[in-house]
Design a protein around this ligand. Structure first.
Ligand code: C2E
Ligand code: MG
Ligand code: MG
Ligand code: MG
Length: 278
């Protein structure tokens, strides 16, 4: 990191660089240990039908419960896990854990719901990936169509054809595919024609300043329209107010998730919200 503006040049001294490097190494080692010691946990955020307000599924969101402290959010450690490749192992753990949880809810007599799992672009760099998914999902005993894999545009930056082939591999297993954080990437829309998608998630940034900003509302309406014309299930993330929900009801959005109904919850809290099977 070096910055130069109008003749003023700032640079980190070698000692500062050294300190940052040490800190990074420390974090990496702790993250590896976290995986071995079962310090990673999944929280679950309900997804609801916009019209009926019933829970149709949950999104699994990773947390790190450090044994010596509080809960560390994914933004703090996933980038490093991606840089080091550790995300591949972590991603497999997340998938395994999510399938197991889905099965446990079934066995506890809860109504069948879906589960969405986030996937890093780095996991899409390995041709082994669909085989790993086949093994993990297959051995869990869940119905693959209950599972949605969320991918982001970041995955599409290079070798699009290989990525499409991997996505088709996942579809062949019976899994569903979702494009997450839609509207924030830099790719052209033409990829929407090529990817075997089932769902589109409108990024939560469009709901910030929603009612002060007519442009945000216009964009959300247009994304719902676009998504439906492509026969995709449309999900809004980051819904925080009743007024936003009413807007989505009028606009015909299918599902929503957000603090308005619930934050991501640990399993023992989530299970209280799930209705019994009838
Ligand atoms: P994401 O997949 O877009 O997940 C939605 C994020 O928005 C979550 O943050 C969620 O807690 C937050 N959120 C939901 N509703 C609201 C709301 O009403 N208001 C606000 N302000 N925020 C809301 P979280 O859990 O911190 O996760 C951040 C990102 O980390 C995720 O964004 C996803 O990209 C990544 N991530 C989380 N779990 C995993 C994982 O298991 N694997 C991978 N590769 N990435 C993950
Ligand atoms: Mg997501
Ligand atoms: Mg998202
Ligand atoms: Mg997002």
């Amino acid at each position: 990191y070096a910055k130069s503006t109008g003749g003023n040049t700032f640079q980190f001294s070698s000692r500062q660089i050294h300190t940052r490097y040490q800190r990074r190494l420390g974090l990496e080692a702790r993250l590896r240990r976290a995986l071995d010691r079962d310090e990673l946990i999944l929280f679950y955020q309900p997804q609801l039908d916009v019209q009926t307000n019933t829970i149709t599924g949950v999104e699994a969101l990773l947390r790190w419960q450090a044994h010596d402290g509080g809960i560390i959010p994914p933004d703090k450690f996933i980038p490093l896990a991606e840089e080091t490749g550790l995300i591949v192992q972590i991603g497999e753990w997340v998938l395994h854990r999510a399938c197991k949880q889905l099965k446990a809810w079934q066995q506890a007599g809860k109504a069948a719901i879906g589960m969405s799992v986030n996937m890093s672009p780095v996991q899409f760099q390995s041709r082994e990936m669909p085989a790993i998914f086949k093994r993990v999902v297959g051995s869990s005993g869940i119905d693959p169509c209950q599972l949605t894999i969320e991918v982001t545009e970041g995955m599409l930056l290079e070798d699009l054809d290989a990525k499409i082939a991997l996505m088709k591999g996942l579809k062949d297993l019976g899994l569903k595919l979702s494009i997450d954080d839609f509207g924030t990437g830099y790719s052209s829309l033409s990829y929407l024609r090529k990817l075997p998608l089932d769902e589109l998630k409108i990024d939560r940034s469009f709901f910030i300043d929603f009612f002060e900003d007519t442009k945000s509302r216009a964009l959300v309406s247009s994304m719902i329209f676009l998504s439906h014309n492509l026969n995709l299930l449309t999900v809004a993330e980051g819904v925080e107010t009743e007024a936003q929900l009413r807007f989505l009801q009028k606009g015909g959005c299918d599902l929503y998730q957000g603090y308005l109904f619930s934050r991501p919850l640990p399993n023992d809290k989530l299970i209280e919200l799930l209705s019994p099977e009838d």
